[in-house]
Design a protein around this ligand. Structure first.
Ligand code: FEO
Length: 400
């Protein structure tokens, strides 16, 4: 049975929600599910904007059939070829063989990589600034390479001021019956998921997101339609400001993320003492045990806060495994502009701190504090002064 959401007189959401997915992209936990958004515009010509993941294909086709009734599907605009949005593309073509597929040259190449159906006879290749008239609506295409893949493009409907923004401005979390961000308490219940989505999925591509923001700045956007999460019709500028901040790697808040990897609790003890002393000084602090916390949660916090402390046991003469994975992940996500401190532990040759520092030096504009603390097996009373010195160094690098 269809389950669709009307957005405007001409535009309907025909996507679906998946609450059973254990790991999005095989990496990111989605405890509150995820939506795969697809939109259909009913004009003199009918236009489908993207398709969906296979997980929601049944309801997607039911939605599509319900909206179209006995009308043909004239165009499919493809913005992004990642399979969470393109898996059902071939089936759309099989069901609607007279459809024209509107995409750019890179998307065309990728369609040929993912599928073997005859695309050349039904493709309309567009480039930056091209316009497609569907009757009342005029669709303009903008390229947005590396937001999140190289082929990504956006569509702006000049008639109703609708931006189809592909992965940009998306959010984890199923829609739970709503469609507009202003219907739910987005700040309370979804902003963290939007940040987690941004940091983990698009976080690496800050400069490309900045280029996209510059490109869409002159547009009068009345509706923002991403491929995941809610449609925006209010507070669009406020949400764009978040993107401005995240993509420029500017911390949202002054505060400390302590990520620790502890085998028998002694490194954790040092992290706890540090957190306690930071709060004593009124410094907001969050803690993660990297062996149990999803890396995506820690990366989200790292995108939010100004200061990061890594406390790690030494293991096999290197960084403890879960911490090593986290640090590599942070470097891979291109995080910048943070102040960092390191605590290392080791019973005979502590050197995890040196190795963490060497990894993080690959990131741009990281202020790595000299106050490294080295623990030999367990924290000693005599080292409390070192903790205080680290708290001082952190406090001294905060504005407030
Ligand atoms: Fe939601 Fe990059 O795909």
């Amino acid at each position: 049975m269809y389950c669709l959401k009307k957005i405007t007189d001409d535009l309907t959401w025909v996507g679906g929600n998946d609450r059973r997915l254990a790991m999005f992209e095989g990496v990111y936990s989605v405890p509150d599910g995820v939506s795969y958004n697809s939109y259909i515009m009913m004009d003199e010509k009918t236009v489908l904007f993207d398709t969906v993941d296979r997980a929601v294909s049944k309801v997607f086709f039911e939605n599509l059939t319900e909206v179209l009734q006995d009308r043909p599907l004239d165009y499919l605009v493809v913005h992004h070829m990642e399979p969470d949005h393109s898996f059902t593309l071939e089936e759309v073509v099989l069901r609607y063989p007279n459809i024209k597929i509107v995409c750019n040259a890179k998307i065309l190449t990728m369609i040929k990589q993912f599928f073997e159906f005859d695309i050349d006879s039904r493709v309309i290749v567009v480039k930056e600034g091209d316009v497609l008239s569907t009757g009342k609506h005029q669709l303009t295409f903008f390229m947005a390479p590396m937001v999140h893949w190289p082929e990504v493009m956006l569509t702006y409907d000049t008639t109703d001021g609708i931006l189809f923004s592909a992965d940009a401005f998306g959010c984890f979390g199923a829609l739970n019956g709503a469609i507009f961000a202003d219907e739910v308490d987005f700040e309370l219940n979804y902003m963290k998921e939007a940040r987690r989505y941004y940091g983990n999925i698009i976080g690496k591509y800050g400069p490309q997101v900045q280029a996209m923001l510059k490109k869409i700045a002159p547009l009068e956007i009345r509706l923002l339609c991403p491929l995941h999460g809610f449609v925006w019709r209010k507070d669009i500028e406020k949400y764009m400001e978040k993107y401005e901040r995240w993509s420029s790697y500017t911390p949202e808040e002054e505060g400390v993320v302590i990520a620790y990897a502890s085998i028998y609790g002694n490194t954790e003890n040092a992290a706890e003492i540090l957190a306690s002393r930071l709060w004593d000084r009124g410094i907001k602090t969050v803690m993660f045990d990297v062996s149990v916390a999803p890396a995506s949660d820690i990366i989200t916090a790292a995108f939010c806060y100004s200061h990061l402390v890594f406390a790690s046991a030494t293991y096999n003469n290197g960084i403890f495994v879960s911490m090593e994975a986290l640090v590599f992940d942070i470097v891979a996500h291109n995080l910048q502009n943070r102040t960092v401190a390191v605590i290392e532990n080791g019973s005979w040759a502590p050197n995890s701190g040196k190795l963490i520092r060497a990894e993080l030096e690959k990131c741009k504009n990281m202020n790595i504090l000299e106050n490294k603390i080295t623990i030999k097996s367990s924290m000693k009373k005599s080292q409390l002064a070192e903790i205080e010195a680290m708290v001082d160094a952190i406090a001294n690098t905060m504005k407030k």
